[in-house]
Design a protein around this ligand. Structure first.
Ligand code: BGC
Length: 919
């Protein structure tokens, strides 16, 4: 193995550790866990037989090799599993196969569970312990529901838990779910142990076995508050509208709300999680640190139990209420200890910068408008193992001061009311106040800040690599580009562009001949976040989901893991991963919470920054998404998020800010929908004022796939693309072809009309070129990847096709082969292969007639291979039941035998017929 090859053993090890360290033990009465060797275990629940490695949609389509089930992982342990119970399940599953659903918007969130029988229950009675596995997937384009089979357990699942608990006092419920689910059943049926294991990627099941057997002592902690019921969450009354959601809870998201106003509604607090051992945590403020602009804490953790383990230390601050009003707790630092042996202690000193104690005053109520400020008063620090148990480590006094003066940006234009805390005698009460509204028009701001135009020179012979070699500066290089070049470089191509690695989400940069003549490479980006998505069926490593990574509270581990991912991406000739996903868990039913990290922005930012740093080590850019406030899937391209500027800055933007400033993120994806009336892809304040001017971001910003934009006051529209370019959303993702897309946008028209300036287009081009200058694509194009690395890249396994799989078809007199729909099974991950016999040599084309009942933004890719080589990818967007025909060039083929393969990337496709014909 040369030094560039991926060390798969190490990759598996790190992924398995992350999946295990993310497991959160919520309950463990009478030391129900861990299992001891040779114990007799009865395993219940169909999901024990089919592991959910991740949710679905763009973030879930990683073509992994084998994924073990939890049952298989337990079978590999020194345990005695109840074989009779296994065969009862196997027989039932045969009759009741796993329902794959159709397409990513229609996948069932749960599977039918086997009804409980007496025969099954005798197995529980005979065993030392029973394990029940409950599972949920999650998805894109749809939210979860507060219904049985969604957020809540089904009747069958409840019955299973209820009855097994009655027969076996040592019953353990294992949750293989993307994000939190309703937990009210714990108090009803009293299982002895409950373990959240999330969706742990391809190594997830082995990680579950590590924890159940005690090889790994659980050290995951909840990244969300689990409340008694959905309506307890403060966003619940303003979530799910297809038109507009007012973020009335403002900054009081998750524990910020519950710890301040509704402590008794909490079932499991933020940061909670048990271990097989116990710890004591003591923190104190280091006195001399108070004089500087940070606070130093000394924290001692001692393992007071009898098993080695790791503790998560969490530091919260309580700010003075001042004039702004504050939640009673804010996470301001955290770390994970080393593995501590029984009796062993660890002492660490950590610093909390005043910047992390600051709040944003958008109205000037403190006397300092549009600034991050400290209000005068005592700042109390709490240290502990979760938000509820953290105890006071001391206080420090701060005078009122401005930490950072900014300017109003992205404020709402419509009035609405938000939560404001009021101190009553012994508790905080909710009052409501008006949200300050916008006073600065972002378009006026933009016109005052227009960049200077570079005088166009035409081709002066400079190639992009000359900028890398410092022979010429970027301005001189960019001045060569024509208006067409500047418009075409704004257009990415996808899905599955043949110009880059097969099956990926997009190509961008040098896509046209003219741009390529300047030595601009075509760069490649692929979904993300939990592994590489290559729709042509190329295998990739599947990682634990965002929530699981968050629950590790371990930045070093996540960085190590994503360093391997960075290497894997690089070896696949991809420049950027479309992840991490880092939207805030505003509401437990958001369909994509599984991809995201937490309800807390600080934790979200730190974990995402670790992912980005890891990939950066191999020159791979993490694309942090979705910027910002992408907090529901329903009507995601339409529903307007009405959010105060303070909540945006302190909650919804904060994580992105951390990932950029601390993680060095170089790529950002905007959302499908609008925030405060402006579609994010065309929001100048979001993509320029805040992102670039305040945070100093100098990378690329891309739209989400086929996203729309608007002119203020109008609604989002496909044709409207000039506001994207004007906002410095540099790339529109995706067109079918960067040149043929002229009719699809208003770029040329608005350039001619003077609404969009050449200087703006040149600035966007420079953002993209600046990105390419740091990307592997440029090194490839210029032969600057060493031979050893190239060898590592070229060692790929081709999709094997067995001769016995082949059906043979002959062409007719006109050189045409017809494949009827009945001959195909277009199911996700499946390939149909045919042997074909052609009478004449010639150029052949392929025409597919297909449809899907899915709508709008659903994507179903079909990869077409000839003789084991990918020839084309045909991707259908949701056609809402309409038949569509796509006609493509296939190949030049000799007379004789060939084979052709169709690989389907998702469910929900119907094919009427496929014609392969000679031109
Ligand atoms: C998702 C993005 C994803 C893109 C490309 C969109 O549907 O929202 O997160 O990266 O597709 O697949």
């Amino acid at each position: 193995m040369n030094r560039f090859e991926l060390d798969m053993e190490q990759y598996r090890k790190l992924a398995r550790q992350a999946a295990a360290d993310g497991c959160v033990l919520l309950k463990n009465e009478a030391e129900a866990l861990p299992f001891k060797k040779k114990e007799r275990i009865a395993v219940y629940g169909r999901i024990a037989f089919t592991y959910y490695k991740s949710g679905l949609g763009s973030g879930g389509l990683v073509n992994t090799g084998r994924v073990d089930s939890i049952l298989e992982a337990l079978q590999a342990e020194d345990l005695v599993l109840d074989e009779k119970l296994i065969s009862i399940y196997e027989a039932w599953i045969q009759e009741n196969p796993f329902d794959e659903g159709a397409g990513w918007g229609k996948v069932p969130w749960s599977q039918k569970e086997m009804p409980v029988t007496d025969e099954m229950l005798t197995c529980a009675a005979d065993a030392d312990a029973a394990v029940i596995v409950i599972g949920r997937t999650a998805g894109e384009d749809q939210d979860n529901t507060d219904a049985p089979g969604g957020y809540r357990l089904t009747e069958e699942e409840e019955q299973l838990i209820c009855q097994v608990c009655q027969k076996n006092a040592r019953t353990i419920v294992v949750l293989n779910v993307g994000n939190i689910i309703d937990m009210s059943w714990v108090e009803k049926y009293h299982p002895h142990a409950v373990l959240y294991t999330w969706q742990g990627g391809q190594e997830g099941a082995a990680a579950v076995a590590d924890v159940l057997t005690g090889r790994v002592n659980p050290s995951g902690r909840l990244t969300d508050t689990i409340a008694g019921k959905i309506s307890d969450y403060p966003s619940d009354s303003c979530f799910g509208s297809e038109i507009e959601n007012e973020y009335r809870e403002d900054i009081y998201v998750g524990y910020r709300y519950f710890e301040t106003f509704a402590r008794d509604k909490v079932q499991y607090p933020f940061g909670y999680g048990l271990s097989y051992t116990t710890f004591s945590i003591e923190g104190k403020i280091v006195p001399e640190s108070e004089k500087s602009n940070h606070t130093e804490l000394e924290i001692r953790v001692c393992n007071t139990g009898d098993t080695a383990g790791r503790e998560v230390v969490q530091v919260y601050v309580q700010l003075p209420q001042g004039r702004l009003g504050q939640p009673l707790r804010r996470l301001t630092a955290f770390y994970k200890t080393e593995l501590l042996q029984p009796g062993e202690s660890e002492v660490r000193r950590i610093q909390v910068a005043d910047r992390d104690l600051a709040s944003y005053d958008e109205s000037g109520v403190t006397g300092c408008r549009s600034a991050y400020i400290l209000e005068e008063g005592q700042y109390a620090f709490y240290v502990g193992g979760n938000v509820r148990d953290a105890v006071k480590a001391g206080e420090c006094y701060r005078n009122a001061r401005i930490v950072e003066q900014l300017q109003e940006a992205l404020a709402p234009t419509k009035e609405f009311r938000r939560i404001h805390p009021v101190q009553s005698k012994d508790h905080m009460e909710i009052s409501w106040e008006k949200v300050p509204i916008r006073t600065v028009d972002p378009q006026e701001r933009r016109s005052e800040e227009l960049p200077e135009e570079l005088a166009q020179t035409g081709n002066a012979g400079w190639k992009l690599v000359d900028v890398l070699d410092e022979k010429v500066d970027l301005d001189t290089f960019t001045a060569q580009l024509s208006d067409e070049d500047l418009i075409e470089i704004f257009r990415g191509e996808g899905m599955c562009s043949p110009k880059v690695t097969a099956g990926t989400a997009a190509a961008f940069g040098g896509l046209t001949e003219s741009l390529r003549n300047y030595g601009i490479p075509a760069a490649c980006c692929a979904d993300g976040p939990s592994g590489i998505r290559m729709d042509c069926g190329t295998r990739a490593f599947s990682l634990p989901n965002g929530t699981a990574l968050g629950c590790t509270f371990d930045q070093e581990l996540v960085e190590e893991l994503y360093t391997m991912t960075g290497q894997e991406i690089r070896l696949n000739k991809i420049d950027s991963l479309l992840g991490p996903g880092m939207n805030i868990h505003r509401h437990p039913l958001n369909g994509r919470n599984f991809e995201y990290i937490s309800e807390d922005p600080y934790l979200t930012g730190k974990i995402a920054a670790a992912q980005v740093r890891g990939m950066n080590r191999h020159g791979i850019a993490g694309t942090i998404k979705h910027f910002c406030a992408n907090n529901q899937e329903k009507a995601r391209s339409r529903a307007n998020s009405q959010v105060s500027e303070r909540a945006l800055r302190e909650i919804y933007l904060k994580g992105f800010e951390i990932a950029i400033k601390e993680g060095g993120a170089r790529s950002v994806m905007t959302t499908y929908g609008p925030v405060n009336g402006l579609w994010t892809s065309g929001s100048y304040d979001l993509c320029t004022t805040i992102l670039r001017k305040e945070w100093g971001f100098d990378g690329i910003v891309m739209t989400d796939w086929w996203a729309v934009a608007n002119y203020e006051g109008q609604s989002g529209d496909k044709y409207t693309k000039a506001p994207m370019a004007a906002a410095q959303n540099d790339l529109f993702m995706v067109t079918a072809d960067a040149i043929d897309s002229v009719q699809e946008d208003d770029m040329q028209k608005q350039l001619e009309a003077g609404w969009l300036t050449r200087g703006e287009l040149q600035r966007n081009a420079e953002n993209i070129l600046g990105f390419l200058l740091k990307s592997p694509a440029l090194l490839h194009l210029n032969g600057r990847i060493c031979q050893e690395e190239l060898d590592a890249m070229n060692r790929k396994e081709e999709g094997d096709v067995l001769a016995s799989d082949l059906k043979y078809l002959n062409d007719n007199a006109n050189g045409c082969i017809l494949i009827h729909g009945e001959m195909l099974s277009p199911k996700s991950g499946h390939a149909d292969v045919f042997g074909i016999h052609l009478k004449k040599e010639g150029d052949y084309r392929i025409c597919m007639k297909m449809r899907t009942q899915l709508g709008g933004l659903a994507q179903i890719p079909v990869s077409v291979y000839c003789n084991n080589t990918l020839k084309t990818m045909i991707s259908i967007q949701g056609s809402e039941g309409k038949w569509l025909e796509t006609d493509r060039e296939l190949d030049h083929m000799m007379a004789g035998n060939h084979y052709i393969k169709f690989y389907y990337g998702a469910n929900g496709l119907e094919i009427d017929q496929i014609r392969i014909y000679r031109m």
